[in-house]
Design a protein. Structure first.
Length: 123
């Protein structure tokens, strides 16, 4: 009998925890999760990232030498940042943004910004 009660209690607790975690994660909102691009071995990972308007993307350098980010349309440009340094930019307008490392121009990437869903306006 105690085993059945304990199993029921554990299942209830796990169900509540899952429901709470699901309720607190509102899909589609710009500020739900960090959007990260890692720079490693002279590549951007991911090379193409899709986000919602209002989202902030952070590039983090994991190489042993400096890198610097610039968009092809001159919308954003970082200073050089060394190992474990980072640069962030908030994308407010939907569109496709090409970028590159201006210290190593062969390094390229793309950020695709989609319109925010109704009620999910950028903050």
């Amino acid at each position: 009998m105690q085993t059945k009660i304990r199993s029921t209690l554990i299942a209830t607790v796990l169900g509540v925890a899952l429901a709470t975690a699901t309720a607190s994660a509102s899909p589609g909102r710009a500020d739900d999760a960090p959007h990260a691009v890692t720079i490693d071995n002279f590549t951007f990972n991911p090379q193409r990232l899709t986000v919602t308007a209002g989202s902030t993307v952070t590039w983090t350098n994991k190489d042993d030498i400096p890198h610097a980010i610039a968009s092809s349309n001159a919308l954003f440009r970082s200073g050089a940042f060394d190992t474990d340094g980072n640069y962030s930019f908030t994308f407010t307008t939907p569109g496709t943004y090409q970028y590159f490392c201006y210290l190593h121009p062969h390094m390229t990437g793309t950020i695709v910004v989609e319109a925010a869903a109704d009620g999910d306006a950028a903050r």
